[in-house]
Design a protein around this ligand. Structure first.
Ligand code: F6P
Length: 357
């Protein structure tokens, strides 16, 4: 008999359900008796003992379903060691619930913050296995996270739609793409959508270079310019500021997001008409694309295999086209960023995409 806890934490994404289904199907197909405890709304469920007993039926028909059947929430890692408003020690509470239910293992699905807490629980002696979810694809130790490809599809669709209206009106369009502090999503959706300019946090931009790229396109006879701008894009000037100075600047920030600042600067400096489109959380919504369904199922199945073997303390990830297990201590607290020298960046430049650098 195996007693498994499941939770999904942090921002949701596509294929969370597919991944959990993969774990549970693998365990039940092995013939092992399994009890599944689904903790609700992320770590909160484990802290406050809020769970539902789940059976195979709960996982039937959810391969294609977006969101998470368990609900999710953000419980910042830095607050984990701080008592809650009633003085409850959150880490101790999670341990007590784990031991009270006599769990063999917690399977935790999440991104960066989630992995820091998962590693903390491992250090505290719990058996933990994690699965890498996030549309940002910024998790260390895995080439790919599930949710990413689905989000690339949605952001690309958005750029495709903008393309037709941009060409009718001869305007400059900015599509602001999610991705938090990294540019994977913007880079991939931008390339897939044929964006002319791609701005990502890892390559700070110079607004004059951006305008130069727009002017050069016009000189070549193009009526419009499509820009894919990461929500975390940053100018060269801002990238030079200290953390404190940057925070100070943001206190009086006049724009809803960086894309509006860029649009304003282009309009003021060049007199050209710019429009901004922000697909926002649509990028995390809807059903997972076929790639993510397969990928999440594979990761889930491998997690199930580790549970059956009693091998804990790993994230199940993907490296060089193989599913691999990565020690949690290697994953926690590190970001996987786009290197400005990456071949994909060089190739994008080779086909004329400007990064405004
Ligand atoms: O980490 C996933 C993500 O969608 C980021 O791309 C984005 O910056 C953030 O979450 C948005 O968070 P929230 O849903 O809390 O607004």
């Amino acid at each position: 008999m195996k007693r498994i806890g499941l939770l999904t934490s942090g921002g949701d994404c596509q294929a969370l359900n597919a991944a959990m289904r993969g774990v549970v199907k693998c365990l039940s197909c092995s013939g092992e008796d399994v009890e599944i405890y689904g903790f609700l709304d992320g770590y909160k469920g484990l802290i406050y003992g809020d769970f539902r007993m789940l059976t195979g039926h709960d996982f039937a028909g959810i391969l294609t379903k977006g969101g998470t059947i368990l609900g999710s929430s953000r419980t910042p890692f830095k607050l984990m060691r701080e008592p809650d408003e009633n003085g409850l020690d959150k880490v101790e509470a999670m341990k007590q619930n784990y031991y009270k239910l006599k769990l063999d293992c917690m399977v935790i699905l999440g991104g960066n913050g989630t992995h820091k807490t998962a590693n903390l629980l491992r250090e505290e002696g719990l058996n933990v296995i994690t699965l890498p979810k996030t549309i940002d694809n910024d998790l260390w130790g895995t080439d790919m996270t599930f949710g990413f490809q689905s989000a690339v599809n949605i952001a690309t669709d958005c750029i495709d739609c903008i393309h037709t209206t941009a060409s009718s009106h001869g305007r400059i369009f900015i599509v602001e793409v999610m991705g938090h502090k990294v540019g994977w999503l913007t880079l991939n959706a931008g390339m897939a959508g044929g964006a002319d300019i791609i701005l990502i946090p890892e390559i700070p931009y110079d607004i004059d270079k951006v305008i130069k790229a727009i002017n050069e396109r016009e000189a070549r006879g193009s009526r419009f310019t499509i820009m894919a701008v990461a929500e975390g894009a940053i100018s060269k000037a801002d990238a030079k500021l200290s953390k404190k100075e940057y925070k100070e600047k943001m206190k009086n920030y006049a724009y809803p997001s960086v894309s509006y600042e860029i649009a304003d600067q282009i309009q003021k400096k060049s007199g050209k008409e710019v429009r901004v489109t922000v697909p926002g959380h649509t990028q995390r919504g809807g059903s997972p694309c076929p790639y993510d369904r397969v990928f999440a199922t594979r990761l889930g199945a491998e997690a199930g295999k580790l549970i059956l073997k009693g091998e804990y303390g790993f994230m199940v990830g993907y490296k060089n086209r193989e599913i691999v297990r990565v020690p949690l201590e290697e994953v926690a607290g590190k970001l996987k960023m786009v290197s400005p020298d990456a071949t994909i960046v060089r190739e994008a430049k080779m086909v004329g995409i400007s990064f405004g650098d």
